[in-house]
Design a protein around this ligand. Structure first.
Ligand code: SAH
Length: 506
């Protein structure tokens, strides 16, 4: 047998160690040795698997930290340490993640008691292993956000789930399986499409391990059925969970120059076809330069319903693509006016100035114009230019930016303030605005924080507005006390007119 030298400092210190996610053989050799040698072990009884303690020596004292306060923990540690005993503090997973070791270390610093930390296998990695998922798949997500929902421990401003969701990255949510409903609502509000896959891993690596899979839309119901949420569950969100969306690693991709290999020309994009993010509908993409066409093709590779329009001179050397159509030199205006009402969205890969001039004659009204998005040739920016909410240009810009690895530029006031505009909510839910003149009135009230009553289904209210104190979900508009609301948003009901401004949806 190979002997492994275990490096525990010979100095007298307190040891903090990660006890891993649960399975007794998922602790490090260093942690096991620390358990064997300890005279006192303080462990988090609610999460650390007690089987691990069977490695402890006969005379070892064992204390469950769940039932004592920080002050008491420190006092027990100090006494034991000062009497020459080896003190071990065991934390679930890795102590650096929600381990509350910082506060203990601060107290030990005050007492001038030295300590060291032994890392452990975090539950995030045990969960990924249970799911057999790579959390960082090329072209899908190269970022993992480890976070929690705000609770008794509030999260600092700017780190709310909806804010973090904007990145569309893989997200691992700790300590949050108690309120999956509001979690999924926040994630959707932040920008994840409702179809985004979610997996909840209960007690990863324990004998009782259970996996519940679904999407942001249905996971809450599925969890209710399976019953496997509880305190020890990890929630993982993101397209990396969908194997069909995860391409090969770039390192092995024929189009990637690595070491001695030269890249193949005309590489289109990393990922396979996938849906159009949150945006639904037919799209026309326009490019007028070679580089622009390259960017357009990358975009098209991820679109379900898209047609690329380009000048005829690119016909000869273009990549064969059945979704490509060509117009004569000088025929752009004509093509565009023919397409204007045929497509739900138009993406232009060219300068914004050209687009503004070309579409100016075609623009009709806020409720009927298609979505217009402009991208620069390199795909650094995707600008939502027209019909941000009802037409869905904001969503389309986010989709384009996600595919091209660029930045979406959205200027509608509600989005800037991270609020879900009422017309945007209606568009996402597939509803129509009956009285478009009131959109501006009600959205402006929303921006100003006025009191608004929403007579919409409860789950939809919770999805977008549950955290807003000035908004309330009302059951019956007739019973609203006069003057108690500044405005109302009403879905799908015959409505008697009243003095309060109302936005009607159906
Ligand atoms: N330091 C720990 C996390 C402590 S916070 C770590 O690195 O894993 C406690 C949260 O971790 C739980 O609410 C749950 O979200 C997650 N968790 C801990 N053990 C888990 C396990 N075995 N399976 C799934 N999630 C777990």
């Amino acid at each position: 047998m190979v002997k492994i030298k275990i490096n525990i400092s010979s100095n007298h210190k307190i040891i903090f160690a990660g006890a891993g996610p649960g399975a007794p053989d998922l602790i490090t050799l260093r942690c096991k040795r620390a358990i064997e040698e300890a005279d006192l072990i303080i462990y988090a009884g609610s999460l650390v698997n007690p089987e691990i303690l069977s490695y402890a020596g006969k005379g070892c004292k064992i204390v469950d930290s769940a039932i004592i306060s920080l002050g008491e923990i420190i006092e027990i540690m100090r006494k034991s340490y000062e009497s020459g005993e080896k003190v071990l503090r065991l934390h679930t997973g890795d102590p650096a993640i929600y381990g509350a070791i910082a506060e203990q270390m601060t107290e030990l610093d005050k007492l001038k008691i030295p300590y060291e930390v032994i890392p452990g296998v975090s539950s995030i990695f045990a969960s990924a292993a249970a799911l057999k998922t790579e959390l960082t798949a090329p072209g899908v997500s190269q970022t993992v956000i480890l976070t929690r929902q705000t609770g008794r421990t509030p999260v600092p401003h700017g780190q709310e789930i909806a804010n973090l969701a904007k990145h569309g990255a893989t997200m691992a949510v700790f300590l949050s399986s108690g309120d999956v409903k509001s979690l999924t609502g926040e994630l959707i509000r932040g920008g994840y499409p409702v179809s985004t896959p979610v997996a909840v891993v209960y007690r990863a690596s324990w004998k009782e391990e259970k996996i519940t899979k679904g999407t942001l839309e249905n996971i809450e119901g599925r969890l209710k059925k399976s019953g496997f949420a509880g305190r020890q569950a990890m929630i993982i969100v993101g397209d990396v969970l969908d194997k069909a969306k995860c391409g090969k690693s770039l390192l092995y991709d024929a189009g990637f120059t690595h070491g001695y290999r030269r890249a193949r020309k005309n590489r289109i994009g990393v990922s396979e076809i996938r849906s159009n993010g949150d945006y639904k509908g037919d799209m026309a993409v326009y490019a007028i330069t070679a580089e622009g066409i390259g960017t357009a093709i990358k975009l098209m590779s991820r679109m379900e319903h898209g047609t690329l329009f380009a000048p005829e001179r690119f016909k000869r050397n273009s990549i064969k693509n059945s979704k490509m159509k060509f117009f004569n030199e000088g025929g752009f205006d004509e093509t565009l006016s023919e397409n204007w009402n045929k497509y739900n969205g138009h993406i232009f890969i060219m300068a914004t100035g050209i687009v503004v001039r070309k579409i100016s004659k075609l623009i009709g009204s806020k409720t009927s114009d298609p979505a217009v998005v402009v991208c620069d040739q390199k795909g650094n920016y995707a600008i939502s230019l027209l019909s941000g909410h009802i037409g869905g240009a904001n969503r389309l810009a986010k989709f384009a930016a996600e595919v091209l690895g660029g930045q979406a530029v959205v200027t509608t006031a509600t989005d800037v303030q991270d609020l879900m505009a009422f017309d945007e909510m209606a568009a996402i839910e597939g509803w129509k605005v009956v009285n478009p003149k009131m959109i501006k009135v009600l959205n402006s009230m929303l921006l100003k924080g006025k009191r608004i009553g929403l007579m919409i289904p409860n789950d939809i209210f919770n999805k977008y507005y549950s955290s807003k104190k000035n908004l309330s979900c009302i059951k019956n508009s007739d019973k609203v006390r006069p003057g108690s609301l500044n405005g109302m948003v009403i879905f799908g009901k015959q409505f008697k007119s009243c003095r309060t401004p109302v936005l009607l949806l159906k």
